[in-house]
Design a protein around this ligand. Sequence first.
Ligand code: C2E
Ligand code: MG
Ligand code: MG
Ligand code: MG
Length: 281
Amino acid sequence: YRAKGGGGGYCFYSAEMGEALVRKRAVAKRLEAALSNGGLQLFYQSQIHLSNGRLAGAEALARWQDAQLGVISPTDFIPIAEERGLIGTLGEWVLHEACHQVRLWQERHYPMPGKVAVNIATRQFEDDDFVDRMLRIAREHRIAANRIELELTENGMMRDPERAVDIARALASAGFALSIDDFGTGYSSLSYLQRFPVNKLKIDISFIRHMLTDRNDYATVSTIIAMGKSMELETLAEGVEQAEQVDALLSLGCMLAQGYHFGHPLAANDFERTWLSHASS
Ligand code: C2E
Ligand code: MG
Ligand code: MG
Ligand code: MG
């Protein structure tokens, strides 16, 4: 079928595109409901010091199981939330939930070694009052800003780098830690990278996955780790699944990792049982 475009021209839609649109609309509608009735959950995945296998921190990851649609992956619903104007509400919920959890762990005397890392969508980061909002949320839950790490994406920061540098500096001086997620997949300018007060580069899983068999991936991983070292940034390898990857990363000088080899993302109580309840693993 065809639909009249805004500019007076016609765009042609295939049946598949039509179906995708219908599904997106359905997902957005259910997501909106989930956001207002507590249907989302945060899981936590351990981040590990490669030198001694100890817990270094945790990344909070959104999880959603809908009664009608089943389990929906964040790789699916996050872009829909961004597209449909729901990311502000979703991001706000994630921050409250993560800060609330940090507070609970503190109260139960399970101090998180390191920080809880939260993924921040570009839209959210670019919001005019993001810094104030961040501060307000941390204060509301009575946790120190230095308990929280904000994961930003490379492309997000490069969309309007001057502005991103200002926001990042304000966040850093408020005490929040910053990392760049999926590093290596975007287009960062090295000159801007040096101006961002980031603490950590998270090497994207796509380079780690085949680093032992693909020379190019190995070279990319090695280059990012070397660059991190020379810029005095920590590097964390995402998606580590094998002991051999651990050995290779250690020999390249990477200090931190995250991945199924160490643990899957877990519900807060399972994370607590696995990682926090008996003195740091
Ligand atoms: P990410 O931030 O790069 O998160 C890492 C993803 O890799 C997670 O997928 C995690 O479950 C997965 N992962 C961890 N270890 C392994 C491994 O060893 N092997 C493999 N194959 N995968 C591993 P997940 O939870 O499905 O999240 C996907 C993406 O969705 C995240 O990528 C992030 O970009 C986004 N996301 C998740 N939660 C949130 C959120 O609360 N807010 C925002 N804005 N984005 C989120
Ligand atoms: Mg992340
Ligand atoms: Mg990532
Ligand atoms: Mg990602």
